[in-house]
Design a protein around this ligand. Structure first.
Ligand code: NAP
Ligand code: GCO
Length: 261
């Protein structure tokens, strides 16, 4: 029931990081996988990495925030590869700026990529999922779908919104045998979180790095591979009656008050 043989999966923002690992996991479960970046050079680098890892993927450059580009890319993918059965809305950015210092354009940019783009991409694939009689959409949410912290007002607003978009897609399209769920990664070691893990000039660990370890019962950062199993589960028929759920993969962060002093 975890096999994805015969299924076509599109993972946005998958040239590196979490999307890269998710795309590999879907391929290893049998899916035909389409990867994406907004940037040709980044996609080409990613394609070389997939090849090195023995993973065959189809690569398409498009900006997930541009509805025309998304529509064109989806119809091209459907002609050249097949109708998309599984969409993973993974592409995302963060800006760490105190809210009152942030320009409204910066706030909107984060919301555009992290919330509006999953709406645009889902809207582009749902009609053919309905025709086909099934579909899976996985939205990459965050700890910030539930929690706030200093400097991430735009990101938290977008990821909180993405949690509700997930529930709404499930509500609106569940009757067509479409399941839309979220994966909420904890703190995962990727480029996005590299500034929070930088070794300090005196050789010590970044204070935020120590803070995350103290907030995580697993006492470690996650790796992109920690998300592989949950991704395959939510993409497969094993989760056919799971809809509108956010599966947090966080080493226990959301269950924990934090290390006692
Ligand atoms: P990452 O390595 O920076 O990956 C982000 C990806 O999004 C990149 O491949 C980037 O493409 C792509 N992207 C950005 N804007 C795009 C656009 N307009 N169109 C198409 N692709 C675009 O970061 P990551 O940590 O793997 O993050 C992946 C997702 O997980 C994000 O949604 C992030 O918010 C979420 N997340 C991350 C963590 C964490 O701790 N790392 C935790 C929870 C949730 P290029 O760079 O190739 O252009
Ligand atoms: C931050 C981090 C987080 C993570 C992740 C947590 O600055 O707090 O970047 O937001 O990336 O989304 O789940």
């Amino acid at each position: 029931m975890f096999s994805l043989k015969g299924k076509v999966a599109l993972v946005t923002g998958s040239a590196h990081g979490i999307g890269y690992s998710m795309a590999k996991a879907l391929y290893n479960a049998g899916a035909t996988v389409v990867v994406n970046s907004s940037n040709q050079a980044s996609l080409e680098k990613g394609l070389k990495d997939y090849e090195k890892d023995g993973v065959k993927v189809h690569g398409y450059v498009f900006d997930v925030t541009d509805e025309n580009q998304v529509k064109l890319a989806v119809s091209k993918i459907e002609k050249e590869v097949g109708v998309i059965d599984i969409l993973v809305n993974n592409a995302g950015i963060i800006k760490r700026i105190p809210m009152c210092d942030m320009a409204v354009e910066e706030f909107k940019k984060v919301v555009d990529i992290d919330l509006v783009a999953p709406y645009i991409c889902s809207k582009a694939v749902i009609p053919n999922m309905i025709k086909k009689g099934s579909g899976k959409i996985i939205n990459v949410c965050s700890m910030m779908s539930e929690l706030g912290r200093e400097t991430v007002s735009a990101y938290a607003s977008a990821k909180g919104g993405l949690k509700m978009l997930t529930k709404n897609i499930a509500s609106e399209y569940g009757k067509y045998n479409i399941q839309c769920n979220g994966i909420g990664p904890g703190y995962i070691a990727t480029e996005q979180t590299a500034p929070l893990r930088e070794i300090q000039p005196d050789g010590s660990r970044h204070p935020f790095d120590k803070f995350i370890i103290s907030k995580t019962p697993a006492e470690r950062w996650g790796n992109p591979e920690d998300l592989d199993g949950p991704t395959v589960f939510l993409a497969s028929s094993a989760s056919d009656f799971v809809n509108g759920h956010i599966l947090y993969v966080d080493g226990g962060i959301l269950a924990y008050i934090g290390k006692q002093p």
